[in-house]
Design a protein around this ligand. Structure first.
Ligand code: SF4
Length: 448
């Protein structure tokens, strides 16, 4: 109905697996033998928007994320994947032979697609070495997110939909016709930068004519208020600029964040970011020496690598980081443990120097331990572990710590030397470069 684009899109490896940049990076970090020798022209690492953000927040966090350490699953990420992949499947839905006027099919189809992806996410989540409790009840939120994303797609198609059950097969075909590509990987000409694109859609004017392309990133998290933050803006512009570089004859391109929670669309404006990304790429080279750390409340708050990072614990000692109020991270030695009662006495182990060495202290505190935390501590001690332990997110009630499903109990393992692997071997050897022509009706993007 709407597109005139005849440009070629360079999309590398539109695979379902891995589904996220983080997973691609994880596989890359784990799969390549450390003794691998660089080949001519081999690119030792690739920058993605998420690795770039991590590097900007704290280079040490980025460095630790490249050491093949066990990853931690999170509910927000699982929910985001389930919604993204459901939108993708619905955009690719094969409607061949279906009656144009058929209605009432979309709510049940959307639910079935989401249920399937929810189950896949649950399996992946539970298989991830570090994971909190799976919150199955959050499927309601995921369902709302999916509906929100579909509503944005309807509005981008200039279609007024009050109720999903009204949507006919013909209407959905119209929506599909504006989707030019989804879930492909964009790689820069130099091979140093990559990003996984959620959706590329035709930018329709009020007459249904295409005036360009929209690079859209689906967001299931909290919508911005009022503006996109710099991190998200930079990520969206990165996709925009990579797409433009891959398609020299591109029409006007805008980058948008689609927030499913409140169905708002936020456009990212601003200068090109690829030069800044290349500069960051230089600093992100694989190295056996840890990159500098940049401890701070924000970046350390949700950092999943604390058990391997000696810097935040030293920053706590030096008063650069606050201990936190209700929830605290601690590094301790077990003094006593009563498995039956779910109780323990811990001794706090303050840091000596900056490399993770610890000293005993007089500071002891009791803990009530339940569920996953109890299992983790029991298994750790049963395995013969005698060293210090990192406790993530203990809930403090006076001088007593409460540990449960929301906590992590893992060995304290400060990492002061790593490896300098090639991280992009997996990406390069498992990706086929494909050129997808975008036809007048955008059909090339609909086949699966
Ligand atoms: S805990 Fe803080 S200082 Fe350490 S890697 Fe994470 S963000 Fe950086």
């Amino acid at each position: 109905m709407c597109t005139e684009q005849t440009e070629m899109l360079l999309i590398i490896g539109p695979h379902r697996q891995p589904v996220s940049e983080a997973e691609a990076e994880d596989l890359a970090a784990q799969d390549t033998p450390s003794e691998a020798k660089p080949e001519d022209g081999f690119i030792a690492h690739q920058l993605s928007p998420s690795s770039w953000n991590r590097y900007e927040e704290c280079p040490r966090k980025y460095w630790l994320s490249r050491q093949g350490l066990p990853r931690k699953a999170s509910m927000p990420a699982a929910m985001g994947n389930a919604v993204h992949n459901s939108v993708e499947d619905l955009c690719n839905l094969d409607l061949t032979g279906r009656d144009e006027d058929e209605s009432g099919w979309l709510p049940a189809t959307a639910k079935a697609v989401l249920d399937r992806h929810w189950q896949i996410e649950k399996d992946n989540f539970l298989e991830t070495p570090r994971h909190p409790r799976w919150k199955g009840e959050q499927i309601t939120k995921a369902h709302d997110g999916l509906i929100g994303a579909l509503n944005i797609l309807f509005s981008k198609s200039n279609i007024d939909v009050q109720n999903l059950s009204e949507v006919t097969v013909g209407t959905w075909r119209e929506v599909q016709s504006i989707v030019l590509a989804n879930e492909g990987t964009l790689v820069s000409e130099c091979g140093r930068m990559m990003g996984r694109l959620d959706l590329l859609v035709a930018d329709l004017d009020e007459n249904g004519e295409s005036r360009g392309w929209i690079v859209a990133d689906l967001k299931t998290g909290r919508p911005p208020s009022p503006m996109l933050n710099e991190k998200v803006s930079r990520q969206l512009r990165f996709y925009r600029d990579l797409l433009k570089q891959n398609n020299p004859n591109h029409p006007p391109v805008v980058a948008e964040g689609w927030y499913s929670a409140n169905q708002t669309v936020h456009q990212a404006d601003g200068p090109d970011v690829l030069e800044a990304a290349l500069e960051a790429w230089e600093g992100m080279r694989p190295s056996a020496t840890p990159l500098p750390a940049n401890p701070g409340e924000q970046q350390c708050g949700w950092c999943e690598w604390k058990a391997w990072c000696p810097i935040w614990w030293a920053a706590r000692r030096d008063g650069l980081l606050s201990p936190g109020h209700m929830f605290r991270d601690e590094v301790v030695q077990v003094v006593r443990f009563d498995r039956e009662a779910g109780a323990a006495l811990f001794q706090r182990m303050p840091p000596v120097g900056e490399e993770g060495e610890l000293a005993p202290s007089d500071h002891k505190f009791g803990a009530v331990i339940r569920d996953q935390a109890l299992t983790q501590l029991s298994e750790l001690l049963d395995s013969g572990h005698e060293g210090a332990i990192f406790i993530g997110s203990a809930r403090m009630d006076g001088r007593v710590a409460h540990l449960g499903d929301w906590c992590e109990v893992i060995p304290w393992s400060p990492m002061n030397e790593g490896h300098a692997r090639d991280h992009s071997r997996w990406l390069r050897s498992n990706s086929d470069t494909v050129f997808d022509g975008i036809g007048e009706d955008g059909e090339a993007s609909q086949s699966k």
